[in-house]
Design a protein around this ligand. Structure first.
Ligand code: APR
Length: 262
C-alpha cells in the first residue's frame, strides 16, 4: 500500500475529514501565490494592504488594491481539478469541511458546479466551506455593512472613484481580513473545533506560516488526527504530519478522490 492508498484508507474509515487550503490549490487556476517563486509579496509590500493603511489612507489603499486584485485574479478564474476533487469528496460525504485561507471563492464555485451537475440541490451533508480570510469577490460598506459584488466597485475605483463609497456614504472595503485585523471570532473558533474533531486533517497548498490557520494542523495532530500535507515546498508542519506529498495538488487530489471512492 503506498502513501496515497494509506491516506485514502484513513479517509474511508474516518468520521470527520477536514481540509485546510491555501493559495497553492488555486495556483493551477492562474491565481497568484503569496510566497515562493514570484510570490505576490515579492512584488508588493504587505503594509500597502494593512488595515491601518485602509483606515489612514483609503484612497491610496484602493489605488494599490486595484493593482493587487489584477495580479491576484488576472481575469476570469475557474476552479481546477483539485478544487473539483475536494467538492466531489464533499458530495460523496467524505469531506466534512474546507477551511480556506483563499479569498478567490473557487471552493464555492467548485461546489456549485458539482451541485449543478448533480440534482442541483445542496445536500445537508454538503461540505462546510469556511472562508477564514473572507472573500475578495465581495466588498462591504464600513458604515451600513451592505455587501456587494466587487467587480462593479473595482470598475468604479479604476475609473477614479477613490475610495469607492456606498449609497449611504460609507467607504467600501474588500470583504477580506486585512493584515492587522482579527479574524471573526466565530470563524476561527469553528475552524479550531473542526481541527479538534477531525480524524483526518489535510493541509493543502499552504506554506502554513500565517496564524491562526498555521496552527490548525498541530491542533488536529494533538487531537489524534492523521495529518496529511500536500505542498510543493516544505512547510513547518511536515515534521508533525503522518504523510507528506511534495506534489502538485492537481495530481494528488483527483487520485485521492478516486481511491476513496473505490
Ligand atoms: N501544488 C501544490 N502546492 C503548490 C502548488 C501546486 N500546484 N502551487 C504552489 N504551491 C505551494 C507553494 O509551494 C507554497 O508553499 O502553495 C504554497 C502557497 O503558500 P503561500 O503563497 O504562502 O499561500 P498561503 O499559505 O495561502 O498564505 C497564507 O498569507 O498573505 C497571506 O492572506 C494571505 O491567505 C494568505 C496567507
Amino acid at each position: 500500500m503506498d502513501d496515497l492508498e494509506r491516506l485514502a484508507d484513513d479517509v474511508r474509515r474516518a468520521d470527520t475529514v477536514v481540509a485546510l487550503t491555501g493559495a497553492g490549490i488555486s495556483a493551477p487556476s492562474g491565481v497568484a501565490t503569496f510566497r515562493g517563486d514570484d510570490g505576490v509579496w515579492d512584488r508588493f509590500d504587505e503594509g500597502q494592504f494593512a488595515y491601518g493603511r485602509f483606515q489612514r489612507d483609503p484612497e491610496g489603499f484602493w489605488a494599490d488594491r486595484i493593482e493587487l486584485q489584477r495580479v491576484l485574479f488576472d481575469g476570469e478564474i475557474e476552479p481546477n481539478a483539485a478544487h473539483e476533487a475536494l467538492a466531489a469528496m464533499g458530495r460523496a460525504g467524505d469531506l466534512e469541511a474546507i477551511c480556506t485561507q483563499n479569498t478567490d471563492g473557487l471552493h464555492g464555485a467548485a461546489a456549485d458546479r458539482i451541485a449543478a451537475g448533480g440534482d442541483g440541490k445542496p445536500d445537508a451533508d454538503d461540505t462546510t466551506i469556511l472562508e477564514l480570510h473572507g472573500n475578495a469577490q465581495r466588498v462591504r460598506c464600513q458604515d451600513c455593512g451592505r455587501r456587494s459584488d466587487s467587480e462593479p466597485i473595482f470598475e468604479r475605483a479604476a475609473d477614479g472613484e477613490l475610495p469607492p463609497t456606498c449609497d449611504c456614504g460609507g467607504v467600501f472595503k474588500p470583504d477580506v481580513v486585512l493584515f492587522g485585523q482579527q479574524l471573526p471570532g466565530a470563524v476561527i473558533q469553528r475552524a479550531r473545533s473542526l481541527a479538534r474533531e477531525s480524524d483526518v486533517f489535510l493541509a493543502i497548498g499552504s506554506s502554513l506560516v500565517v496564524e491562526p490557520a498555521a496552527s490548525l494542523p498541530r491542533l488536529a495532530a494533538s487531537s489524534g488526527a492523521t495529518v496529511g500535507v500536500v505542498n510543493l515546498e516544505s512547510t513547518p508542519c511536515d515534521d508533525l504530519a503522518d504523510l507528506v506529498f511534495r506534489e502538485d495538488v492537481t495530481s494528488v487530489l483527483p487520485r485521492l478522490r478516486d481511491l476513496v471512492a473505490e
